[in-house]
Structure formats: C-alpha cells, structure tokens
Design a protein around this ligand. Structure first.
Ligand code: AHR
Length: 509
C-alpha cells in the first residue's frame, strides 16, 4: 500500500505550476444512444498460439483445463464479460473448410496453415469446440465464413449444421457428432479482407459474391442471422462505396479493419523498446481511426440515412514486430493500454453506426488480453482497460465537451492531451473514463455534469512508473489497476488530479 501511495505522489507531483485546468462538460440529459456491448468484442484466429496453447490445450493436457479449454484463461475471460468472439479468422477463415473440424478428433484431416507459417493444423479445435467455448463464456459467436476458397454449398451447409433444429441432413450430422440442440449463431461474416488474403478481389466482384453467398445463409428455427460483408482496410472508401451501392441493406453490417501499425511494409517497431516520441506517434496513429471511421460513415450515410447497416470494426489494435520465432506474438505495455482506451473512446462516439468492434486478438496474438507460456498466464495492460471499461457495455453514451491542451506529434498529427468518455448505466450511475497521454505531467481536470450533482465518487487507475512497463511471466503484476484517490467532489463538480500517463475510471452517483 505504501508503495502505491509513493507511486501516486510521484506521478502527481509533476503538475506543472500554473498549468491550465482541463474542463470537461458532460451532458447527461443529451444521452440517447446505447453503446453496444458488441464494441467490446474479441477475435480468435488459428494463428500462432492463439487457439492451440492459448485457449485450447485438449482434455489430456497437464495444463489444468475444463473440457480441453485452459481453466486459467477461461476464468480470466469470464471476468471481462466478453459479448462476442470472432472465429476462425482473419486470413485463416478463407482457407478453412469446416467439415474438416467435426467428428472424432483422431479422424480429422490435417491442413497446412498457409497464411501463418505453414504450420500443420490438425483441426482438433473446430465448430463444436468453438461454439461450446462461446456458451461457457456466455458470449455470442461471430463465425467468419470462407468465401475466398470455399463454395456456396459449403457455407449453406455450415449454417444448417450450426443452427437447424429440424430433421435436416446437417442437423442430423451434428446430432451424430454429439450435439442435439442447435446453437444460436447471430453474427456471420461473409469473407474476410476479400481485397487481400481473402481472394484479392475487386469490390464489384466481391459485391456480387456477397449477394450470392449470403442468399443461401438461411434462418433456421428462430435463429436470425446478422450478415456482415467483408469491408475496407483503412482509407479504402471506394470499397465501402461500391458495397453500399451494390449490396446496400442486403448486408446488416460491413466491416472495417484498422491497425495501429507503423507501416505495412518494413519493420513495424518494437513492442517494448520505444521512447516518448514513439509513444506520442502511436497515440496519433491510433486516434487517426476517428478520421477513417468518419469518412466511411459519411459514405454510408449517403446510401443509408436510416443507419440500417452497421459499421463493424472487426479488427483493430496495435501491430508490432513479433517476438523472435513466433507468429505475431507480441508483448503488451502501458502504451498498448492507451491504444485500447483511446480507441474505445472513439467507438463510443459513433455508437449510432458502429455496432461491433473486435480487438485483434484475444490471446497470444497482436494486442492480446492474455499471454500464455506453457502453464503460465499473464493479464496484459490491455486486459485491464477492458476490465475497467466494462461498465460502458450497453450503457447510454453521454455526449461531452472537452477543453484540453493538444500536442503535435510526429507525422504532424495533433492529439489531445486529455481524452474522456462517459456513459450512464441502467442503474443511473455515471461512468467516466479519463486518459492523460502526457508522459511527464499530471493534469488538473474539472468535470461538470449539468443538472446532475454527484454525491459519491469512486475510481480505479491504471498507470506505472514508465510507459514501457509491462507484465511478464516472471513479474505478472507490475501493471494493474489500483484504487484511485485523486478525485473529489467540490460544489457539484468533480475535480481530478490525473497523474501523468494514466487511465482512470470513475463512477459517480
Ligand atoms: O489479425 C491478423 C490478420 O490481420 C488477420 O488474419 C487479417 O484479417 C488481417 O490482415
């Protein structure tokens, strides 16, 4: 405890003399939109050790498991209240043939995972293992289907296998494989990155394929599919425009992928070895997602004023150089936690159009919640942001105005020093999340809530001595949330001393 008090005083003592107060005005009565819990979605691909080793070890493993799933990982994920899980890819999805992943495991054919190092995939984690995992986690499955190298028939049968309760051939096959009752599958992705690893298509061609493949994704026995078209990467507005024109409301959602990455070609930068300028650059690149989102939404608004089609940011997060000898396994520092918090803040703002987002990926790949090595597990700083932000799930988004200093970072991007988001939950409590990106200086923040005069406040903080701090298998608890004592009520407003490089979650009543 003493150590934390010391750390807190160390972090706040750097408030610059005469520094400007950051003013935040939250407008509770203007809240109309619900923040879909699906914005807190996750993604699990057959890539590196995400599935094998990360989520699944099999019943015979010495690693403690529950029906083959790692017990430690399951328990940690349950605490996040994951709303949905996307699977099996990513790029893997467009080479995946689901029939190879059903039936007795010893009979399942092997395949080469061509996108990810040509590793041999033994298909021991297939449809049953995935959908049962979702049931255990209490989340909705988001199945990403193969359009690149799969057939219409294959997809049609997969939907029937998963969701038909009738006396149909695929439902009977599922029963033979040990599952009587159909699962409920709402979200289905029709291809992934069809402009790239999913088939290198032009949007006009993909639009027709989408129309064809999605036609045969049937609604069985009360199951209602929400069909998601493979959407653009970054600023590819032409892709979105073509799909909105040629597919329109035949799709329930269109995806968007945006990574905080230094550049697709050439080195992507170290996950752990960076300085303050690199940190600020990362914040700028991360926040650029707002420009990308706005531009895609503007295109969508042209064709769909009623906002019937959702924008699904079903891949986002940081992408650094992988650890040597791994497939996309990267460490996760306090910097990654900032990317998580700031991205979620952006998604909240556009919640009338953004119906889902999936951070890439859940375990052991890119910006993970959890890292595993053998029987060890660590929770990353990103995990803790998802935990601290949990109250925003399905809460009402509260608009706010913020008057903050800004900072010009490399590539001439201008970023706010303090960022914030607010929501009100079903019980009337207001949740405020505050981010101070300043590496060195604490900020004085004053928050007014219009007619709401809070009487009680509590908070949690995520910070550490250095922005490069991280949790390792040897020191798994270096970066984790602590109770926050730097907020007080004064005459109906909230006054906060926000330590340098800190993320704070406040609850006010
Ligand atoms: O998340 C890793 C990869 O990034 C996915 O497989 C692909 O869709 C994207 O390019």
């Amino acid at each position: 405890m003493k150590k934390h008090l010391f750390l807190f005083s160390f972090l706040v003592c750097a408030v610059a003399a005469g520094a400007q107060t950051v003013n935040i005005a939250v407008h509770p009565s203007q809240g109309t939109q619900k923040i879909s819990r699906h914005i807190y979605g996750q993604f699990a691909e057959h890539l590196g050790t995400c599935i094998y080793g990360g989520l699944w070890v099999g019943e015979d493993s010495e690693i403690p498991n529950t029906q083959g799933y790692r017990t430690d990982v399951l328990e940690a994920l349950k605490r996040l209240r994951i709303p949905n899980l996307r699977w099996p890819g990513g790029c893997f999805a467009d080479e995946y043939h689901w029939m190879d992943g059903i039936g007795p495991r010893e009979n399942r054919p092997k395949m080469s995972n061509n996108n990810w190092g040509g590793l041999i995939e033994d298909n021991s984690f297939g449809t049953h293992e995935f959908l049962n995992l979702c049931e255990i986690l209490g989340c909705e499955p988001y199945v990403s289907a193969n359009v690149g190298s799969g057939t219409v028939e294959e997809l049609a049968k997969w939907v029937e296998y998963m969701t038909s309760d009738g006396d149909t051939p695929m439902a009977n096959l599922r029963r033979q494989n040990g599952r009587d009752k159909a699962w409920k599958v709402h979200f289905i992705g029709v291809g992934n990155e069809s402009w790239g690893c999913g088939g290198n298509m032009r949007p006009e061609y993909y639009a027709d394929l989408y129309r064809r493949y999605s036609t045969y994704c049937r609604n069985y026995d009360g199951n209602r599919l929400f069909k998601i078209a493979s959407g653009a990467g970054d600023y590819d507005l032409h892709w979105t425009e073509t799909l909105m024109q040629q597919v329109g409301t035949r799709m329930n959602g269109i995806s968007l992928h945006y990574y905080t990455v230094t550049g697709w070609h050439g080195p992507k930068g170290s996950a752990t070895d960076f300085d303050a300028e690199d940190f600020y650059w990362t914040i700028g690149k991360c926040l650029d997602i707002e420009n990308v989102i706005r531009q895609h939404i503007a295109v969508m608004d042209k064709y769909d004023k009623a906002k019937r089609v959702g924008l699904m940011v079903d891949e986002w997060g940081t992408w650094w150089e992988p650890e040597p000898g791994t497939q996309l396994f990267q460490q996760n520092t306090l910097r990654d936690a900032f990317v998580a918090a700031l991205s979620l803040n952006v998604f909240h703002k556009y919640t009338d159009r953004i119906r889902m987002a999936n951070i890439a990926q859940i375990v052991n790949v890119l910006q993970s919640m959890i890292l595993t090595r053998g029987d060890k597990m660590v929770l990353t700083p990103t995990y803790y942001v998802f935990e601290m932000y949990r109250p925003h799930q399905d809460a009402t988004f509260l608009p706010l105005d913020i008057d903050t200093p800004t900072r010009t970072v490399r590539d001439d991007r201008v970023v706010p020093v303090v960022d914030a988001t607010a929501s009100r939950d079903a019980d009337g409590r207001i949740h405020l999340s505050l981010v101070n990106i300043d590496v060195d200086k604490a900020q004085r923040v004053r928050i007014s809530l219009d007619e709401v005069k809070p009487v009680r406040i509590s908070g949690t903080i995520l910070t550490s001595k250095k922005i490069t701090d991280l949790n390792t298998f040897e020191k798994p608890n270096r970066v984790k949330p602590e109770p926050f004592k730097g907020a007080k009520l004064a005459g109906g407003v909230v006054e906060v001393t926000l330590p340098a490089h800190a993320i704070v979650a406040l609850e006010v009543e």
